[in-house]
Design a protein around this ligand. Sequence first.
Ligand code: SAM
Length: 236
Amino acid sequence: MRYIGGKYRIRKQLIDYLLNYIQYTDCFVEPFVGSANITLSLFEDNPLFAPSKIIINDFHTDLAMMWQAILNGWEPPSIFTEEEYESLRNAESSALRGFVGHGCSFGGIWFSKFAKTKDGRNYCLNAKNSIMKVGELLKGIEEVEVYNLSYEQVPIPNGALIYNDPPYKDTCKPGAGNDFDHEKFWQWVRELSNKCQVFTSEYSAPEDFECVLEINVELDMNRAKRVERLFKYKGI
Ligand SMILES: C[S@@+](CC[C@H](N)C(=O)[O-])C[C@H]1O[C@@H](n2cnc3c(N)ncnc32)[C@H](O)[C@@H]1O
């Protein structure tokens, strides 16, 4: 599903790196799951990846409701009209609103503008196929937990492998990240790194973090070049 700040385009490089650590854990956690690009790719590219527990979380209520509904067998629509889209813009939170607000919106930006079917591209169907695939893959996992919490409240077991993709500093904040406290976030990562393997995507990090992976990307909108980085805490 298209999602602002989503890691779809760099998922292969991220997964190639994370695979080095997957064998040492039985639990994978995405505290900032968004459209679940990384969870999806971990399964798609690695048929043998079978942790006994997956934890996904997002502070965005409608989005978390969508993931919970998918796990409970809900099927999103394949077609959606602009009128129906507008009727949900100010409606109360729901799984459908979580799906449509991102999946049927221009650029995957929360209720930015209805993404019309064009040149045979049905954005609604594409989004549906992508999230149904996540649902299918998660069905094979013994325990799947979905939370709608701020990252620091998510119960994370010792020894888990964690992939963080928080709202980036000095960028427009995707999903529910408008007043994100970056200092507090990095301190949480430091503490969590004592009991888990923690990897974080960002453009930059405090000095006590090392960059373990760099990926060159060209941004869609203005073709500017950026370097995506993956960080790990050095202090352990
Ligand atoms: C960069 S996006 C994640 C994109 C995801 N990796 C993907 O590929 O689709 C960041 C996510 O963090 C969520 N978020 C913002 N603040 C949060 C918080 N305090 N706790 C948990 N999630 C938060 C946003 O709602 C958004 O979905």
